[in-house]
Design a protein around this ligand. Structure first.
Ligand code: GLU
Length: 282
């Protein structure tokens, strides 16, 4: 992939880690938290249906979360072909980590106190905000306009929870994935889809919805994207340092532009780089 062109600063560190990893030929796994299922590699949970973030098309995986995961994995000593991708829908993420089905998750995964009871988070590596996606001719301009409207979101997401907390009277329809909500929005079955503005921008920019959908543009939460890790992983602090380095050397900015630029999405400069990187391990 194209990472080599902008990650020269990390190459030396990565190759020494890779050598260290390759050198341990004593038959014992010394990769803390490495999954049995993935053998010498690493299993990473991502979304499969969120363009610009985590998208599977055939055997091709793309998006900001995918590129960030590849870059972090490289720094940990894994080449891209040692990564096994596993779909991680919102409601299944804690379970996938707790049961060892994935080693780490990069899946628009907001750091929350409730989730921290079950898993730990490195990062945040990015901060998004929750917003609304509506049809291009809709007059919904804020949460206040949702009275009596049908709103769609995803089970197990902060998006659904925030809406229930903020506007208890709203009619909320919950699906397993955001792409199901988008289809319902495009065919007029629902009035609005709510989740992170990153995800909404990715859908609005898809060719098939060209000119049909718009992001309202009034974010009402702060969603800190963390690297989800099992509680017993020993890699959390190391990943914090890797992610902080990506903000210092421009890697994160390049990844964001490469993946969300086409959707005209720019990171909120008041929230990025994230302020409290590194406070969510353990
Ligand atoms: N970032 C939010 C969350 O972790 C919404 C996006 C998602 O469901 O992945 O719940």
């Amino acid at each position: 992939m194209k990472r080599a062109t902008f990650r020269l600063a990390g190459v030396l560190a990565a190759s020494s880690l890779a050598l260290a990893a390759c050198g341990s030929d004593d038959g014992e796994s010394d990769e803390a938290g490495s999954s049995e299922a993935s053998g010498d590699g690493v299993t990473i949970g991502i979304k499969f249906d969120q363009p610009g973030l985590g998208l599977k098309s055939g055997e091709d995986y793309s998006g900001m979360d995918v590129d960030t995961a590849i870059a972090v994995a490289e720094e940990l000593g894994y080449s891209e072909d040692q990564i096994t991708w596993k779909e991680s829908p919102s409601a299944q993420r804690e379970t996938l980590l707790e049961t060892g089905q994935v080693d780490m998750i990069f899946a628009t995964y907001s750091i929350t106190d409730e989730r921290k009871e079950k898993v730990q988070f490195a990062g945040p590596y990015f901060v998004a905000g929750q917003d609304l996606l509506v049809s291009a001719d809709s007059d919904i301009a804020s949460l206040d306009d949702l009275d009596g409207k049908l709103l769609c979101s995803v089970t197990g997401s902060t998006s659904a929870q925030n809406v229930k907390d903020e506007i208890p009277g709203v009619q909320l329809q919950e699906y397993g994935t955001y792409s199901e909500c988008v289809s319902q929005l495009a065919n007029g079955t629902i009035d609005a889809l709510t989740t992170d503005d990153t995800i909404l921008a990715g859908y609005a920019a898809q060719d098939q919805y060209s000119g049909q959908l718009k992001v309202v543009g009034a974010p009402f939460s702060e969603e800190m994207y963390g690297v989800g890790l099992p509680k017993d992983s020993e890699q959390c602090v190391e990943i914090n340092e890797i992610v902080a380095g990506f903000w210092e050397d421009g890697t994160m900015e390049t990844i964001i532009e490469d993946n969300l630029g086409a959707a005209d999405y720019t990171a909120n400069p008041d929230l990025n780089p994230p302020a409290d990187m590194g406070g969510h391990c353990g």
